[in-house]
Design a protein around this ligand. Structure first.
Ligand code: G3P
Ligand code: CA
Length: 324
């Protein structure tokens, strides 16, 4: 039986309030009491590990204004085509659409304004140093939750994402802190390499996407959610990070919540379950409120952790049983 309280993972920081993956959003998440703060990591051309969700820079920075002639033929600006000193010249803004009809408009319309661009892209090392400093000044021990983004794509471009992240964790002293660091990835082979070849002493989470997304990976997510697939995951990882609709399937005509067996199957194999992403402003179909979503995932499904853009709300809910 599960007894401990779920961990709160600030998804891209307190990204419901400040532009994702900025140091400001991470500091806010720290102040809100998130137990873990997420870092999505990609590489610059010169191999620096930077904290950025996309392999592209154009949805969250002013790269198109700063370097208008540096797009590839598909029109996108790739982080891996820029040296760190060039990425440092960019300013980060709230995530915006890129399509012709909505170009420049915020994806989440009630959040921080899409303009101006005030912030910078941090390196992983810089973010770790800042969080360690806040841990010290606030008397906390906040965890890192690092995602290796598109490792196969990086390899095809000639760079080793795993090696770069391992180096930063070694240099900052976090490589041997299993209580304070999770590694996560959508690609099973990358996690297996970390576990078996690089001897990672850290807990790892197999992210589970949806086959329909066409992720850059050979992974069959439908298989990973089966009993056999979950036994395979348990051979190299400590948990899974599923998409919420893989747990909450909807409601019956009479309004009863319909849950999948995924949490029970995972738990039977000793796997933690950390679903993504809880957003107050983007509720799953059929869910009326953020409180209802929290109640379903925490009390009915019994998950072990939650990725959320709104860590303050989840922290309050876990402390008081309601949303303040
Ligand atoms: O890493 C969990 C969740 O963040 C996966 O989705 O696309 O937000 O990185 P994404
Ligand atoms: Ca992520």
């Amino acid at each position: 039986m599960k007894t401990s309280s779920p961990i709160v993972i600030a998804h891209r920081g307190a990204s419901g309030y400040l532009p994702e993956h900025t140091l400001a959003a991470k500091a806010m998440a720290h102040a809100m009491g998130a137990g873990f703060i997420e870092q999505d990591v990609v590489l610059s051309r010169d191999g620096a590990a930077i904290v950025l969700h996309d392999i592209h820079l154009d949805s969250t920075t002013n790269v198109a204004q700063c370097f208008p002639d540096r797009a590839r033929t598909d029109g996108r600006f790739y982080a891996i085509d820029f040296d760190l000193q060039e990425i440092r010249q960019l300013r980060v803004h709230e995530r915006t659409h890129l399509d012709v009809k909505r170009n420049g408009l915020a994806v989440f319309t009630e959040r921080f304004p899409a303009q101006p661009a005030l912030f910078q892209v941090p390196t992983l090392a810089e973010e770790i140093v800042m969080l360690a400093g806040l841990d010290r000044s606030r008397g906390q021990s906040t965890g890192l939750y690092i995602e290796l983004k598109s490792p196969n794509w990086h390899r095809r471009e000639g760079l080793d994402l795993s090696a770069a992240i391992v180096q930063v964790l070694n240099e900052t002293g976090y490589w041997n802190r299993p209580e304070q660091v999770f590694l996560q990835c959508f690609d099973d082979q990358t996690l297996r390499q970390l576990r078996h070849d690089l001897k990672a002493p850290l807990p790892m989470i197999q992210l589970i996407g949806d086959n329909s997304w066409g992720e850059d990976s050979e992974v069959d997510y439908d298989y990973l959610r089966t009993p056999k697939g979950l036994s395979y995951v348990a051979s190299y990882a400590q948990g899974i990070g599923p998409f919420i609709p893989h747990i909450y399937l909807g409601k019956t005509a009479s309004g009863d919540v319909h849950l999948s067996e995924l949490v029970a199957l995972a738990r039977a194999r000793g796997l933690l379950v950390h679903p993504y992403t809880l957003r107050r402003d983007e509720l799953p179909k059929g869910i009326d409120s953020f409180t209802e979503l929290l109640d379903i995932l925490i009390h009915q499904a019994g998950v072990d952790g939650l990725f959320t853009d709104f860590p303050d709300i989840v922290v309050d809910f876990l402390r008081t049983g309601r949303i303040i």
